[in-house]
Design a binder for this molecule. Structure first.
Ligand code: UD1
Ligand code: CA
Length: 452
Protein backbone atom coordinates (compact mmCIF):
# COMPACT_ATOMS: atom_id res chain seq x y z
CA UNK A 1 0.00 0.00 0.00
CA UNK A 2 1.37 3.41 -0.90
CA UNK A 3 1.97 5.60 2.14
CA UNK A 4 -1.07 7.73 2.84
CA UNK A 5 -0.95 11.43 3.55
CA UNK A 6 -1.86 12.46 7.07
CA UNK A 7 -3.30 15.69 8.49
CA UNK A 8 -3.42 16.01 12.26
CA UNK A 9 -5.81 18.54 13.79
CA UNK A 10 -5.16 19.47 17.43
CA UNK A 11 -8.05 21.13 19.26
CA UNK A 12 -6.94 23.70 21.81
CA UNK A 13 -9.68 26.31 21.84
CA UNK A 14 -10.99 25.51 25.30
CA UNK A 15 -10.48 28.10 28.01
CA UNK A 16 -10.25 25.57 30.78
CA UNK A 17 -12.29 27.54 33.29
CA UNK A 18 -12.01 24.75 35.84
CA UNK A 19 -8.27 25.38 36.10
CA UNK A 20 -9.11 28.78 37.68
CA UNK A 21 -6.03 30.22 36.00
CA UNK A 22 -4.87 33.32 34.14
CA UNK A 23 -2.99 30.92 31.86
CA UNK A 24 -4.89 29.07 29.08
CA UNK A 25 -5.30 25.45 30.11
CA UNK A 26 -3.13 23.88 27.43
CA UNK A 27 -0.13 26.00 28.50
CA UNK A 28 -0.03 24.40 31.93
CA UNK A 29 3.01 22.19 32.14
CA UNK A 30 3.70 18.53 32.73
CA UNK A 31 7.36 17.69 33.40
CA UNK A 32 8.43 21.12 32.22
CA UNK A 33 6.56 21.11 28.89
CA UNK A 34 3.13 22.54 28.13
CA UNK A 35 0.31 20.07 27.54
CA UNK A 36 0.04 21.50 24.02
CA UNK A 37 3.76 20.85 23.58
CA UNK A 38 3.36 17.22 24.62
CA UNK A 39 0.51 16.64 22.18
CA UNK A 40 2.30 18.41 19.32
CA UNK A 41 5.48 16.42 19.97
CA UNK A 42 3.44 13.25 19.81
CA UNK A 43 1.74 14.42 16.62
CA UNK A 44 5.12 15.16 15.02
CA UNK A 45 6.32 11.64 15.81
CA UNK A 46 3.72 10.39 13.33
CA UNK A 47 5.37 12.59 10.67
CA UNK A 48 2.14 14.05 9.28
CA UNK A 49 2.27 16.01 6.01
CA UNK A 50 0.27 18.78 7.68
CA UNK A 51 -0.52 19.81 11.21
CA UNK A 52 -3.30 22.20 12.20
CA UNK A 53 -3.93 23.69 15.65
CA UNK A 54 -7.28 25.24 16.55
CA UNK A 55 -7.14 27.93 19.23
CA UNK A 56 -9.61 30.37 20.72
CA UNK A 57 -9.79 34.12 20.06
CA UNK A 58 -7.13 36.22 21.77
CA UNK A 59 -4.94 33.22 22.61
CA UNK A 60 -1.72 34.70 21.27
CA UNK A 61 0.39 32.86 23.79
CA UNK A 62 -1.14 29.55 22.72
CA UNK A 63 -0.39 30.38 19.09
CA UNK A 64 3.22 31.22 19.99
CA UNK A 65 3.63 27.99 21.92
CA UNK A 66 2.13 25.98 19.03
CA UNK A 67 4.59 27.52 16.57
CA UNK A 68 7.50 27.05 18.97
CA UNK A 69 6.76 23.34 19.30
CA UNK A 70 5.69 22.82 15.68
CA UNK A 71 6.99 25.64 13.47
CA UNK A 72 5.24 24.37 10.34
CA UNK A 73 1.81 24.04 11.99
CA UNK A 74 -1.08 26.10 10.66
CA UNK A 75 -2.97 27.85 13.43
CA UNK A 76 -6.71 28.50 13.08
CA UNK A 77 -8.86 30.62 15.38
CA UNK A 78 -12.31 29.30 16.27
CA UNK A 79 -14.39 32.46 16.67
CA UNK A 80 -16.95 30.92 18.98
CA UNK A 81 -16.89 27.72 21.03
CA UNK A 82 -19.65 25.88 19.22
CA UNK A 83 -18.45 22.32 19.73
CA UNK A 84 -15.79 19.88 18.58
CA UNK A 85 -17.17 19.47 15.04
CA UNK A 86 -17.18 23.24 14.58
CA UNK A 87 -13.64 23.36 15.96
CA UNK A 88 -12.43 20.85 13.35
CA UNK A 89 -14.28 22.76 10.62
CA UNK A 90 -12.37 25.88 11.66
CA UNK A 91 -9.39 24.19 10.01
CA UNK A 92 -11.48 23.90 6.81
CA UNK A 93 -8.71 25.33 4.66
CA UNK A 94 -6.27 22.65 5.80
CA UNK A 95 -8.93 19.95 5.35
CA UNK A 96 -9.83 21.18 1.86
CA UNK A 97 -6.22 21.12 0.68
CA UNK A 98 -5.60 17.69 2.13
CA UNK A 99 -6.11 14.36 0.38
CA UNK A 100 -5.64 11.58 2.89
CA UNK A 101 -6.27 10.57 6.48
CA UNK A 102 -7.20 13.00 9.24
CA UNK A 103 -6.45 12.47 12.91
CA UNK A 104 -8.07 14.67 15.57
CA UNK A 105 -6.40 15.10 18.97
CA UNK A 106 -7.30 17.18 22.02
CA UNK A 107 -4.53 19.35 23.44
CA UNK A 108 -5.58 18.60 27.01
CA UNK A 109 -4.76 14.88 26.75
CA UNK A 110 -1.00 14.91 27.32
CA UNK A 111 -0.37 11.25 28.17
CA UNK A 112 -1.34 9.78 24.81
CA UNK A 113 1.17 7.40 23.26
CA UNK A 114 2.22 6.95 19.65
CA UNK A 115 1.33 3.29 20.04
CA UNK A 116 -2.35 4.13 20.59
CA UNK A 117 -2.35 6.58 17.67
CA UNK A 118 -0.68 4.05 15.35
CA UNK A 119 -3.36 1.51 16.29
CA UNK A 120 -6.06 4.05 15.40
CA UNK A 121 -4.40 4.49 11.99
CA UNK A 122 -4.17 0.69 11.77
CA UNK A 123 -7.91 0.41 12.19
CA UNK A 124 -8.31 2.65 9.14
CA UNK A 125 -5.93 0.38 7.22
CA UNK A 126 -8.23 -2.53 8.08
CA UNK A 127 -11.18 -0.92 6.36
CA UNK A 128 -12.70 1.49 8.86
CA UNK A 129 -13.65 4.92 7.53
CA UNK A 130 -13.67 6.29 11.07
CA UNK A 131 -11.77 4.97 14.07
CA UNK A 132 -12.30 6.15 17.64
CA UNK A 133 -9.87 5.60 20.49
CA UNK A 134 -11.82 4.29 23.47
CA UNK A 135 -11.12 3.12 26.99
CA UNK A 136 -12.91 1.24 29.75
CA UNK A 137 -13.59 3.99 32.29
CA UNK A 138 -13.46 3.19 36.00
CA UNK A 139 -16.10 5.90 36.29
CA UNK A 140 -17.65 6.79 32.92
CA UNK A 141 -19.54 9.84 34.20
CA UNK A 142 -19.19 12.79 31.84
CA UNK A 143 -17.70 10.91 28.89
CA UNK A 144 -19.27 10.09 25.56
CA UNK A 145 -20.17 6.37 25.37
CA UNK A 146 -19.14 4.16 22.47
CA UNK A 147 -22.10 2.20 21.12
CA UNK A 148 -20.91 -0.96 19.39
CA UNK A 149 -22.62 -3.74 17.46
CA UNK A 150 -22.10 -7.43 18.26
CA UNK A 151 -19.22 -7.51 15.77
CA UNK A 152 -17.41 -4.78 17.70
CA UNK A 153 -17.99 -2.09 15.03
CA UNK A 154 -18.84 1.37 16.26
CA UNK A 155 -22.48 2.35 15.69
CA UNK A 156 -22.41 5.75 17.32
CA UNK A 157 -21.05 7.88 20.13
CA UNK A 158 -23.53 9.19 22.67
CA UNK A 159 -22.65 12.13 24.90
CA UNK A 160 -23.56 11.57 28.54
CA UNK A 161 -26.19 14.27 28.60
CA UNK A 162 -27.98 12.79 25.59
CA UNK A 163 -27.66 9.16 26.65
CA UNK A 164 -30.47 6.88 27.78
CA UNK A 165 -30.40 5.01 31.10
CA UNK A 166 -29.07 1.86 29.46
CA UNK A 167 -26.51 3.72 27.34
CA UNK A 168 -25.16 5.35 30.49
CA UNK A 169 -24.37 1.92 31.88
CA UNK A 170 -21.81 1.40 29.08
CA UNK A 171 -18.28 1.78 30.39
CA UNK A 172 -16.52 1.89 27.01
CA UNK A 173 -15.92 5.62 26.59
CA UNK A 174 -14.69 7.99 23.91
CA UNK A 175 -11.22 9.45 24.52
CA UNK A 176 -11.72 12.15 21.90
CA UNK A 177 -9.05 10.83 19.53
CA UNK A 178 -10.61 10.06 16.16
CA UNK A 179 -9.16 9.01 12.85
CA UNK A 180 -10.93 9.55 9.51
CA UNK A 181 -10.40 7.99 6.10
CA UNK A 182 -13.35 9.48 4.25
CA UNK A 183 -13.68 10.78 0.70
CA UNK A 184 -15.76 13.67 1.94
CA UNK A 185 -14.95 14.46 5.56
CA UNK A 186 -15.90 18.11 5.05
CA UNK A 187 -19.30 17.03 3.77
CA UNK A 188 -19.88 14.77 6.77
CA UNK A 189 -18.83 17.49 9.21
CA UNK A 190 -21.09 19.95 7.44
CA UNK A 191 -24.09 17.69 8.01
CA UNK A 192 -23.59 17.59 11.79
CA UNK A 193 -26.29 19.52 13.63
CA UNK A 194 -26.56 20.84 17.14
CA UNK A 195 -29.90 19.41 18.24
CA UNK A 196 -28.57 17.99 21.47
CA UNK A 197 -28.54 18.71 25.20
CA UNK A 198 -25.58 21.09 24.96
CA UNK A 199 -26.63 22.76 21.71
CA UNK A 200 -23.13 22.06 20.38
CA UNK A 201 -21.88 20.62 17.09
CA UNK A 202 -20.46 17.28 18.19
CA UNK A 203 -17.62 15.76 16.18
CA UNK A 204 -18.74 12.43 17.56
CA UNK A 205 -21.94 12.64 15.47
CA UNK A 206 -19.76 12.04 12.41
CA UNK A 207 -19.98 8.31 13.19
CA UNK A 208 -23.74 8.00 12.75
CA UNK A 209 -23.78 10.27 9.71
CA UNK A 210 -20.99 8.39 7.94
CA UNK A 211 -22.59 5.03 8.72
CA UNK A 212 -25.67 6.08 6.80
CA UNK A 213 -23.35 6.23 3.80
CA UNK A 214 -22.27 2.64 4.51
CA UNK A 215 -18.96 3.64 6.07
CA UNK A 216 -17.67 1.30 8.77
CA UNK A 217 -16.41 2.73 12.06
CA UNK A 218 -13.95 0.95 14.33
CA UNK A 219 -12.90 1.15 17.96
CA UNK A 220 -9.37 0.89 19.31
CA UNK A 221 -9.06 0.47 23.08
CA UNK A 222 -6.24 1.85 25.22
CA UNK A 223 -5.58 2.16 28.96
CA UNK A 224 -7.57 4.85 30.75
CA UNK A 225 -4.44 6.58 32.05
CA UNK A 226 -3.24 7.23 28.49
CA UNK A 227 -6.25 9.37 27.72
CA UNK A 228 -6.62 11.21 30.99
CA UNK A 229 -8.09 14.59 30.08
CA UNK A 230 -6.85 17.48 32.21
CA UNK A 231 -9.63 19.88 33.20
CA UNK A 232 -8.58 20.81 36.75
CA UNK A 233 -5.48 21.21 38.88
CA UNK A 234 -5.95 17.85 40.55
CA UNK A 235 -6.08 16.16 37.13
CA UNK A 236 -2.96 18.12 36.18
CA UNK A 237 -1.20 16.66 39.22
CA UNK A 238 -2.51 13.18 38.37
CA UNK A 239 -1.17 13.52 34.82
CA UNK A 240 2.18 14.71 36.19
CA UNK A 241 2.34 11.67 38.48
CA UNK A 242 1.66 9.28 35.61
CA UNK A 243 4.20 11.04 33.41
CA UNK A 244 6.84 10.87 36.15
CA UNK A 245 6.22 7.17 36.75
CA UNK A 246 6.76 6.51 33.03
CA UNK A 247 9.85 8.72 32.83
CA UNK A 248 11.49 7.13 35.88
CA UNK A 249 10.91 3.68 34.46
CA UNK A 250 12.39 4.79 31.16
CA UNK A 251 15.65 6.18 32.63
CA UNK A 252 16.08 3.11 34.84
CA UNK A 253 15.60 0.82 31.85
CA UNK A 254 18.29 2.82 30.07
CA UNK A 255 20.78 2.07 32.87
CA UNK A 256 20.48 4.78 35.53
CA UNK A 257 20.04 3.94 39.21
CA UNK A 258 17.38 5.91 41.07
CA UNK A 259 17.69 4.94 44.72
CA UNK A 260 14.22 6.27 45.56
CA UNK A 261 12.56 6.77 42.15
CA UNK A 262 9.36 8.24 43.56
CA UNK A 263 11.36 11.21 44.94
CA UNK A 264 13.17 12.08 41.70
CA UNK A 265 11.45 14.58 39.39
CA UNK A 266 12.41 14.37 35.75
CA UNK A 267 11.69 16.79 32.92
CA UNK A 268 10.28 15.61 29.61
CA UNK A 269 13.76 15.78 28.08
CA UNK A 270 16.07 14.69 30.93
CA UNK A 271 18.89 12.50 29.59
CA UNK A 272 20.69 10.20 32.02
CA UNK A 273 23.61 8.06 30.87
CA UNK A 274 24.57 4.56 31.92
CA UNK A 275 25.49 3.98 35.57
CA UNK A 276 24.35 7.41 36.60
CA UNK A 277 23.31 7.27 40.26
CA UNK A 278 20.62 9.64 41.48
CA UNK A 279 20.11 9.87 45.23
CA UNK A 280 16.71 10.81 46.72
CA UNK A 281 15.01 14.20 46.28
CA UNK A 282 16.57 15.47 43.09
CA UNK A 283 14.62 17.82 40.80
CA UNK A 284 15.43 18.12 37.11
CA UNK A 285 14.09 21.10 35.17
CA UNK A 286 14.23 20.97 31.36
CA UNK A 287 17.43 20.70 29.34
CA UNK A 288 19.60 18.47 31.50
CA UNK A 289 22.04 15.84 30.27
CA UNK A 290 23.96 13.69 32.73
CA UNK A 291 26.78 11.64 31.22
CA UNK A 292 27.76 8.08 32.11
CA UNK A 293 28.86 7.30 35.63
CA UNK A 294 28.02 10.70 37.12
CA UNK A 295 26.52 10.78 40.59
CA UNK A 296 23.92 13.25 41.82
CA UNK A 297 23.68 13.20 45.58
CA UNK A 298 20.53 13.99 47.52
CA UNK A 299 18.56 17.26 47.35
CA UNK A 300 19.85 18.91 44.18
CA UNK A 301 17.98 21.27 41.82
CA UNK A 302 19.26 21.14 38.24
CA UNK A 303 18.04 22.79 35.02
CA UNK A 304 19.47 23.48 31.53
CA UNK A 305 22.80 21.98 32.52
CA UNK A 306 25.31 19.44 31.28
CA UNK A 307 27.05 17.12 33.72
CA UNK A 308 30.10 15.33 32.37
CA UNK A 309 31.06 11.68 32.85
CA UNK A 310 32.03 10.65 36.35
CA UNK A 311 31.17 14.04 37.83
CA UNK A 312 29.85 14.28 41.40
CA UNK A 313 27.18 16.82 42.29
CA UNK A 314 25.67 17.60 45.67
CA UNK A 315 24.23 16.96 48.15
CA UNK A 316 22.33 20.27 48.13
CA UNK A 317 23.78 21.75 44.93
CA UNK A 318 21.97 24.05 42.54
CA UNK A 319 22.86 24.01 38.85
CA UNK A 320 21.18 26.84 36.99
CA UNK A 321 20.92 27.36 33.22
CA UNK A 322 24.25 27.07 31.43
CA UNK A 323 26.13 25.06 34.04
CA UNK A 324 28.51 22.85 32.07
CA UNK A 325 30.57 20.46 34.16
CA UNK A 326 33.42 18.57 32.52
CA UNK A 327 34.49 15.01 33.30
CA UNK A 328 35.01 14.17 36.98
CA UNK A 329 34.16 17.66 38.21
CA UNK A 330 33.10 17.81 41.87
CA UNK A 331 30.43 20.23 42.99
CA UNK A 332 29.57 19.98 46.66
CA UNK A 333 27.02 21.20 49.14
CA UNK A 334 25.46 24.65 48.92
CA UNK A 335 27.22 25.48 45.68
CA UNK A 336 25.31 27.40 43.00
CA UNK A 337 26.55 27.35 39.42
CA UNK A 338 25.12 29.44 36.58
CA UNK A 339 26.24 29.98 32.97
CA UNK A 340 29.71 28.62 33.72
CA UNK A 341 32.03 25.93 32.46
CA UNK A 342 34.15 23.82 34.80
CA UNK A 343 37.01 21.93 33.14
CA UNK A 344 37.92 18.32 33.78
CA UNK A 345 38.51 17.53 37.44
CA UNK A 346 37.79 21.06 38.73
CA UNK A 347 36.32 21.23 42.23
CA UNK A 348 33.96 23.58 44.03
CA UNK A 349 33.07 21.58 47.07
CA UNK A 350 31.51 23.95 49.57
CA UNK A 351 29.30 27.04 49.82
CA UNK A 352 30.16 28.94 46.64
CA UNK A 353 28.58 30.98 43.86
CA UNK A 354 30.09 30.34 40.45
CA UNK A 355 28.31 32.63 37.99
CA UNK A 356 29.37 33.59 34.44
CA UNK A 357 32.74 31.90 34.83
CA UNK A 358 35.15 29.62 33.02
CA UNK A 359 37.06 27.44 35.41
CA UNK A 360 40.07 25.55 34.04
CA UNK A 361 40.67 21.85 34.50
CA UNK A 362 41.88 20.77 37.92
CA UNK A 363 41.27 24.20 39.48
CA UNK A 364 40.08 24.29 43.08
CA UNK A 365 37.46 26.77 44.23
CA UNK A 366 37.72 27.07 48.03
CA UNK A 367 34.79 27.20 50.42
CA UNK A 368 32.79 30.41 50.34
CA UNK A 369 34.21 31.74 47.06
CA UNK A 370 31.91 34.19 45.32
CA UNK A 371 32.09 35.16 41.65
CA UNK A 372 30.92 38.79 41.80
CA UNK A 373 29.48 38.78 38.27
CA UNK A 374 26.97 41.62 38.46
CA UNK A 375 27.56 45.33 38.96
CA UNK A 376 23.89 46.22 39.10
CA UNK A 377 23.76 46.80 35.33
CA UNK A 378 25.79 44.21 33.48
CA UNK A 379 27.08 40.69 33.94
CA UNK A 380 30.81 40.04 33.53
CA UNK A 381 32.93 36.90 33.25
CA UNK A 382 35.49 35.43 35.57
CA UNK A 383 38.13 33.26 33.92
CA UNK A 384 40.21 30.91 36.05
CA UNK A 385 43.19 29.08 34.55
CA UNK A 386 43.76 25.37 34.87
CA UNK A 387 45.17 24.17 38.16
CA UNK A 388 44.56 27.52 39.89
CA UNK A 389 43.76 27.51 43.61
CA UNK A 390 41.21 29.98 44.95
CA UNK A 391 41.54 30.30 48.74
CA UNK A 392 38.39 30.13 50.85
CA UNK A 393 36.12 33.11 51.21
CA UNK A 394 37.53 34.98 48.23
CA UNK A 395 35.51 37.41 46.15
CA UNK A 396 36.42 37.52 42.46
CA UNK A 397 35.11 40.78 41.04
CA UNK A 398 34.42 40.30 37.33
CA UNK A 399 35.61 40.94 34.72
CA UNK A 400 38.76 39.30 36.02
CA UNK A 401 41.25 36.60 34.94
CA UNK A 402 43.28 34.33 37.17
CA UNK A 403 46.20 32.69 35.35
CA UNK A 404 47.01 28.99 35.21
CA UNK A 405 48.28 27.55 38.47
CA UNK A 406 47.95 30.87 40.37
CA UNK A 407 47.06 31.01 44.06
CA UNK A 408 44.57 33.41 45.64
CA UNK A 409 45.04 33.89 49.38
CA UNK A 410 41.94 33.19 51.47
CA UNK A 411 39.64 36.11 52.10
CA UNK A 412 40.94 38.20 49.20
CA UNK A 413 38.80 40.55 47.16
CA UNK A 414 40.35 40.22 43.69
CA UNK A 415 39.63 43.06 41.28
CA UNK A 416 42.69 42.86 39.01
CA UNK A 417 43.93 40.06 36.76
CA UNK A 418 46.44 37.66 38.35
CA UNK A 419 49.37 36.26 36.35
CA UNK A 420 49.91 32.53 35.90
CA UNK A 421 51.77 30.95 38.80
CA UNK A 422 51.55 34.07 41.04
CA UNK A 423 50.12 34.44 44.54
CA UNK A 424 47.61 37.25 44.92
CA UNK A 425 46.70 38.39 48.41
CA UNK A 426 44.31 41.17 49.18
CA UNK A 427 43.92 41.56 52.92
CA UNK A 428 45.65 43.55 55.63
CA UNK A 429 48.77 42.05 57.21
CA UNK A 430 48.13 40.04 60.35
CA UNK A 431 49.21 41.73 63.57
CA UNK A 432 50.10 39.89 66.82
CA UNK A 433 50.42 41.32 70.35
CA UNK A 434 52.08 38.85 72.73
CA UNK A 435 50.41 38.52 76.18
CA UNK A 436 47.56 40.85 75.19
CA UNK A 437 44.75 38.50 76.27
CA UNK A 438 45.84 38.28 79.93
CA UNK A 439 46.18 42.06 80.26
CA UNK A 440 42.75 42.56 78.68
CA UNK A 441 41.06 40.11 81.04
CA UNK A 442 42.65 41.74 84.08
CA UNK A 443 41.45 45.20 83.02
CA UNK A 444 37.89 44.00 82.43
CA UNK A 445 37.87 42.25 85.81
CA UNK A 446 38.87 45.49 87.65
CA UNK A 447 36.05 47.45 85.90
CA UNK A 448 33.49 44.84 86.88
CA UNK A 449 34.42 44.85 90.60
CA UNK A 450 34.31 48.70 90.72
CA UNK A 451 30.85 48.71 89.15
CA UNK A 452 29.60 45.95 91.58
C1 UD1 B 1 -15.46 15.23 24.44
C2 UD1 B 1 -16.20 14.21 23.56
C3 UD1 B 1 -16.59 13.02 24.43
C4 UD1 B 1 -15.36 12.43 25.09
C5 UD1 B 1 -14.60 13.48 25.86
C6 UD1 B 1 -13.28 12.94 26.32
C7 UD1 B 1 -17.41 15.47 21.88
C8 UD1 B 1 -18.71 15.97 21.45
N1 UD1 B 1 -17.38 14.83 23.01
O1 UD1 B 1 -16.39 15.70 25.39
O2 UD1 B 1 -17.23 12.04 23.63
O3 UD1 B 1 -15.74 11.37 25.95
O4 UD1 B 1 -14.32 14.63 25.03
O5 UD1 B 1 -12.65 13.82 27.18
O6 UD1 B 1 -16.44 15.63 21.17
N2 UD1 B 1 -12.91 22.25 21.83
C9 UD1 B 1 -12.68 23.26 20.94
N3 UD1 B 1 -13.73 24.01 20.51
C10 UD1 B 1 -15.01 23.77 20.88
C11 UD1 B 1 -15.25 22.71 21.79
C12 UD1 B 1 -14.18 21.96 22.23
O7 UD1 B 1 -11.53 23.51 20.56
O8 UD1 B 1 -15.89 24.48 20.42
C13 UD1 B 1 -11.79 21.45 22.29
C14 UD1 B 1 -11.54 21.64 23.78
O9 UD1 B 1 -10.57 22.63 24.01
C15 UD1 B 1 -11.01 20.27 24.19
C16 UD1 B 1 -11.70 19.32 23.23
O10 UD1 B 1 -12.11 20.09 22.13
O11 UD1 B 1 -9.63 20.17 23.99
C17 UD1 B 1 -12.89 18.59 23.87
O12 UD1 B 1 -13.89 19.52 24.21
P1 UD1 B 1 -14.75 19.37 25.53
O13 UD1 B 1 -15.77 20.43 25.53
O14 UD1 B 1 -13.86 19.23 26.70
O15 UD1 B 1 -15.49 18.00 25.23
P2 UD1 B 1 -16.15 17.02 26.29
O16 UD1 B 1 -17.49 17.50 26.66
O17 UD1 B 1 -15.19 16.72 27.36
CA1 CA C 1 -13.17 17.56 28.12
Amino acid sequence: MSPRLLLIVVLAAGEGTRMKSALPKVLHKIAGRSMLGHVLALARELAPQSLAVVIGPGMDDVRAEALREAPTAKVFVQAERKGTADAVLTAREALAQHKGDVLVLYADTPLLTTDALRRVMGSLDQGAGIAALGFEAADPTGYGRLLTDPGGWLMGIREERDASESERRIRLCNSGVMGFRLDDLLGVLGRIGNANAKGEFYLTDAVEIARRGAVRAGVVVCAEEEVLGVNSRDQLAAAEATFQARARLHVMREGATLIAPETVWLAYDTKLGRDVIIEPNVFFGPGVTVEDGAEIKANCHIEHSHIGPGARVGPFARLRPGADLGPRVHVGNFVEIKNSTLGEGAKANHLSYVGDGDVGGGANIGAGTIFCNYDGFNKHRTVIGSGAFIGSNSSLVAPVKIGDGAYIGSGSVITKDVAAGALALERSAQEERPGWAAKFRAMMGRRKSKAG
